[in-house]
Design a protein around this ligand. Structure first.
Ligand code: HEM
Length: 432
């Protein structure tokens, strides 16, 4: 790990005792970021020989960081705030406005605690079982279908599973529409043009849909089981006894449904990894350690969220560099998961690197780092791992299938990334 960035060798500005943060010369790098995608920060860090540089994104000066020390800094809530950090485009599509992602301090902790209350080991296993049941129910149709596109099929199974888990009723004809909207919110995260507008429309429809359900729970016309996400967000009262505004409850409920459906991307990457490393097909069944290592390496190796954003809460200095109040800072999640000083041969898929791994909240950070309750680390990490293990078991133990010729290339300039074909399988047959 690079403990101390070396700067760019330029003299500090007059009156500034600090080193100058290496700075991109381009007046704005937004297009370069969209072109380079997941590699944008890492390539520049390599070029400057640091784990820090500054650039302009969306016309705003932005400090970019990667690596363990940077992640530890970034998750220091005394130094960074989330309010106003996420660009408006992302709020209008991916996250919505007013949700936990943009809260700080006590308001964040109180809201986050609601999520964590939903994530008991029993509840996580229940969602896993619902997902396995969905596979079992769908497999006869897959056997008949001949050709199955894993991404959309798994997304639809996850929509059904998570709605059942969250107490969200799904009428007969609703599944495809709701799945498509949840997928569009995810796909539009860093999009411009039609994909962005599709995401906005989907978010609008999604908030209306679950907002209406929240209203029904409050008037008593709908009664989801106790402890389900719909019931919990609809009935939660803050310290002053106030319910969450209906739109905010809708945003938070979508924060459970949408990312659970997004796990379909990790399931596709799991299938891709099995395809590229077939020896693991034999190693995983019946070996919980091997399965755990495989899932961790899929989360580390394959691209999902490239970065996360915060703002400097008040002026401070770190490793000789000055961070001015209000400055936007991006932490490179993908680049940290591929940092050569943290992960030997980072571009090789090697699950065994996780054998005996002691765990570190700041090195494996595909879903953010630090602490779940006090920081912004993903509330759904346990769910994600459980669902991926369930998928791995189905793919290696319950079925055999063929992978016909198709475009499996993963374009790192497309965020979020996916194999171009969505991973098509044929000749599915049940074995277990
Ligand atoms: C598909 C796999 C997933 C990935 C790659 C992922 C990734 C992330 C990332 C990168 C963050 C932001 C971390 C930060 O800003 O510091 C995050 C936050 C969050 N995730 Fe996930 N996530 C996934 C699945 C889930 C699931 C299944 C749920 C819920 C069921 C979930 C709920 C959340 C919530 C509520 C937050 C906001 C936490 C906060 O601001 O305190 N995620 N996730």
């Amino acid at each position: 790990m690079q403990e101390r960035p070396v700067g760019d060798g330029r003299a500090p500005a007059t009156g500034d005792p600090m080193a100058t943060i290496p700075t991109d010369r381009s007046p704005d790098s937004t297009l370069a970021f969209l072109r380079a995608g997941y590699r944008f920060i890492g390539q520049r860090c390599d070029r400057y020989g640091t784990d820090i540089f500054q650039t302009r994104l969306l016309l705003e000066p932005t400090i970019c960081l990667r690596g363990r020390a940077a992640a530890e800094l970034f998750y220091d809530a005394d130094r960074f705030a989330r309010e106003g950090a996420m660009p408006a485009r992302g709020q209008r599509t991916l996250t919505g406005r007013g949700g936990v992602q943009g809260l700080d301090g006590d308001a964040h902790r109180d809201r986050k605690a609601i999520y964590l209350s939903l994530m008991t080991p029993t509840a996580v296993r229940r969602l896993g079982q619902l997902f396995t049941d969905e596979w079992q129910a769908r497999l006869p149709a897959w056997e008949l279908a001949g050709t199955v596109t894993l991404h959309t099929e798994v997304a639809s199974m996850l929509t059904r599973a998570v709605c059942a888990w969250a107490g969200v009723p799904l009428a007969g004809g609703e599944l495809d529409r709701r799945t498509a909207d949840l997928l569009a919110m995810i796909a539009s995260a860093a999009a411009i043009g039609p994909r962005h507008w599709r995401g906005r429309l989907s978010r609008h429809r999604g908030e209306y849909w679950v907002g209406d359900l929240v209203g029904q729970v409050r008037t008593g016309s709908l009664s989801p089981p106790g402890g389900t996400a719909l019931r919990v967000f609809a009935e939660h009262r803050d310290g002053d006894g106030h319910l969450l505004p209906r739109r905010i409850a809708a945003v938070e409920l979508l924060n459970v449904l949408r990312p659970t459906v997004a796990v379909a991307r990790f399931v596709v990457f799991t299938a891709l990894a099995l395809h590229d490393h077939p020896a693991w097909r034999q190693r995983v069944p019946g070996d919980a350690d091997a399965a755990g290592q495989f899932v961790q390496e899929v989360r580390r190796y394959y691209p999902f969220f490239p970065v996360t954003a915060a703002r400097v809460r008040r002026d401070f200095d770190w490793q000789g560099y000055h961070f001015p109040r209000g400055r936007r800072v991006l932490l490179d999640l993908y680049g940290t998961d591929h940092h050569p000083e943290l992960w030997p041969e980072p571009e090789r898929f090697r699950p065994e690197r996780f054998a005996g791994w002691p765990g570190d909240p700041y090195t494996l950070i595909p879903q953010g780092g630090g602490d779940h309750l006090h920081g912004h680390r993903c509330a759904g990490e346990w769910i994600t791992i459980e669902l991926m293990k369930r998928a791995l078991a189905v793919l290696t133990e319950f079925i055999r299938y063929d992978v016909p010729p198709q475009d499996l290339a993963v374009d790192l300039s497309r965020m979020p990334a996916l194999p171009a074909s969505g991973f098509v399988i044929t000749a599915v047959r049940r074995t277990g």
